[in-house]
Ligand binder design. Structure first.
Ligand code: TRP
Length: 590
């Protein structure tokens, strides 16, 4: 090849670019919402364990492979092996995964751009004003007794979630589910008694119902007594206090439903989403076409720390919100009973996604670096920054979520539905903070999306001899094409609506792509990368990369990369296939 391969400007440049790739929507958009969907606590622990035992060693492996081969993933394995082998398939898997991830990534990044502009025009300002009026009106013409009931209901519902978990844990999850389906079928039937009798003729179902029924009764009793207790705790409050609280409660619910509706409006509008998606893709293409290091490295040095600082400020702000305690215990207090194997799968997927692992993004980035030093230190730095931002993002979002009575399990819209609430609460300055926040989020997304496009484009550059320009425009265009079904996936009555109708509401097109790539392709890629680095990679090449590292460190890494990481991935993939139903396996008692 005539032209010299691109290189990072410096060692720091590499670290910045790699952590720029790692820190992105995965930390601020994906991590909090997946944590919320998986019940917090244990999910976070599992994620951290996966980062340490699976992510970190594979992170080192990817950088190592890239540096040693000086090629992008498809070519890298061939270069190291001295000929094309089946290992090149790992590179191919990565190219395809990168293509898929980028296709939905740019849709979410597009929403972030939309929210940047929205924040500049202070879209929550009028919502906050309306909510305030609505709450005042409520205060003016609602009797205090009624307010009291509303507050008691809300507080009971809030506390009941814990109680419910505690009690339903006594029965096998599958039995409980069968029982719930049974009850809802009976409730729908025109002749309930008859339906009950007929359904119970099924012996298996009857067995489930028999164990579940007492639990359901216990649940009801617990609800009643909880409500009584909550009601008593309201006795001490004066009427004015009740009114104050009720007004605030109404105001918060009113603004929450407006902010949630605003997200529904963008996500539900396929064309608006598609336009922002195009804009974001265009930006990514322009940067990647311009070459590896120029600009991005420099921008990273200022904007990444700025994002970090702003998140820190917002965490401190959240510290003073009423929901902070609940948020902190949601994120950091693992309840052993909540250990969900389905959460293990999600935690592993999240670790891969967040560290940009499993598809060769870091092979590619490593290949633009020639030094053979500092592998372990660099890897730890990248992983630590990424994890730190992810945890802080949770501490930033969940106090808001709990203060406004939002559901932690709100799904992919979580960051867009929670952050504006805080900005609205802050008022005029909040508008500025909102614009800066979403602006920096867009930037963080760009530093990640360029790494995704880079992997796919570099295949055509390195292996097919295309010019950088041609490769980025062609690949970018194709990605944009595949992104359209994702952009329209939340729009009612669009060309892709049939997808959600047939795959189920959790698997709209965007989520399906995410699931496919993050939970399957990345772990699979990571599995092979760790096996390659641990067992197959020529020793002298590996040792050259590991030079200067303490022998204990090298041994630890080898252990992880040879045994621990691949084993963990395999177990989790088996769980995904359903060979292991760990929700059932882990069921204690009964
Ligand atoms: N890690 C990035 C984020 O957290 C996303 C990302 C960039 C990525 N490159 C990747 C994910 C490669 C998987 C593989 O937003």
């Amino acid at each position: 090849m005539a032209t010299e391969r691109a290189q990072w400007g410096s060692k720091l440049g590499f670290i910045l670019a790699a952590s720029g790739s790692a820190v992105g929507l995965g930390n601020i958009w994906r991590f909090p919402y997946v944590t919320g969907e998986n019940g917090g606590g244990w999910f976070v622990v599992i994620y951290l364990v996966c980062i340490a035992l699976v992510g970190l060693p594979i992170l080192m492996s990817e950088i190592m492979i890239g540096r040693a081969a000086q090629r992008q993933p498809v070519g890298a394995f061939a270069a190291l092996e001295g000929r094309r082998t089946a290992w090149s398939g790992v590179g191919w898997l990565g190219v395809v995964a990168g293509f898929i991830i980028l296709s939905f990534y740019i849709v979410v990044a597009g929403w972030a751009m939309d929210y940047t502009l929205k924040s500049i025009v202070n879209f929550t300002g009028p919502m906050a004003a309306e909510a305030r009026v609505e709450a005042m009106a409520y205060r003016a013409d609602t009797p205090a007794v009624e307010m009291r009931e509303t507050l008691i209901d809300a507080e009971t519902a809030r506390q009941f979630r814990e109680v419910e978990k505690e009690i339903t844990r006594k029965v096998r999850p599958s039995a409980w589910k069968a029982y719930q389906e049974f009850e809802s079928a009976v409730a729908k039937a025109s002749n309930a008694e008859h339906a009950r009798a007929v359904l119970l003729e099924d012996a298996a179902l009857r067995a489930h119902v028999e164990v579940a029924q007492p639990i359901a009764a216990e649940l009801e009793a617990a609800h009643l007594s909880l409500r009584q207790r909550v009601s008593q705790s309201f006795d001490a409050l004066s009427e004015v206090e009740i009114r104050d609280r009720a007004e605030d409660f109404t105001r918060r619910s009113a603004i929450r439903s407006r902010v949630e509706a605003a997200f529904g409006a963008v996500a539900g509008d396929g064309w608006i989403t598609a336009i922002w998606t195009c804009v974001f893709m265009l930006l990514t293409i322009l940067i990647v076409a311009g070459g590896v290091s120029s600009g991005i490295e420099r921008a990273c040095t200022i904007l990444m720390p700025a994002l970090f600082l702003l998140i820190l400020v917002l965490v401190i702000y959240g510290f003073f919100m009423p929901g902070f305690r609940e948020a902190a215990s949601f994120v950091f207090k693992p309840d052993i009973h909540e250990l969900r194997p389905s959460g293990v799968l999600a935690g592993m997927g999240q670790a891969f996604f967040s560290l940009s692992l499993g598809m060769g993004a870091l092979i590619t980035y490593g290949s633009y670096q020639r030094t053979k030093r500092g592998l372990a230190g660099e890897s730890v730095t990248i992983a630590a920054m990424d994890t730190g931002v992810a945890l802080l993002a949770c501490l930033m979002i969940f106090p808001i979520v709990f203060s406004f009575g939002q559901a932690p399990s709100a799904g992919p819209g979580l960051v867009f539905m929670s952050m504006p609430l805080a900005f609205a609460e802050i008022g005029q300055a909040g508008m500025l903070l909102g614009a800066i926040f979403f602006g920096l989020l867009v930037f963080a997304a760009i530093t990640s999306s360029i790494s995704l496009l880079e992997v796919v484009a570099s295949y055509f550059i390195d292996e097919r001899g295309w010019s950088r320009r041609k490769a980025t425009w062609v690949v970018g265009g194709l990605v944009l094409l595949l992104s359209m079904p994702s952009a329209f996936s939340y729009a009612p009555d669009s060309f892709i609506s049939g997808w959600t109708a047939s795959y189920g509401s959790n698997f709209d097109f965007l989520s399906t792509m995410d699931y496919l790539a993050s939970n399957w392709m990345l772990p699979a890629g990571g599995f092979f990368i760790s096996l390659y680095a641990g067992w197959v990679m020529p020793k002298h090449l590996r040792n050259a990369e590991l030079e200067g590292l303490a022998p204990a460190l090298v041994l630890g890494w080898l252990l992880l990369v040879r045994f621990v990481a691949p084993a963990m991935v395999i177990v989790i993939l088996m769980q995904s296939i359903g060979i292991l139903d760990a929700d059932e396996l882990l069921f204690r008692g009964g």
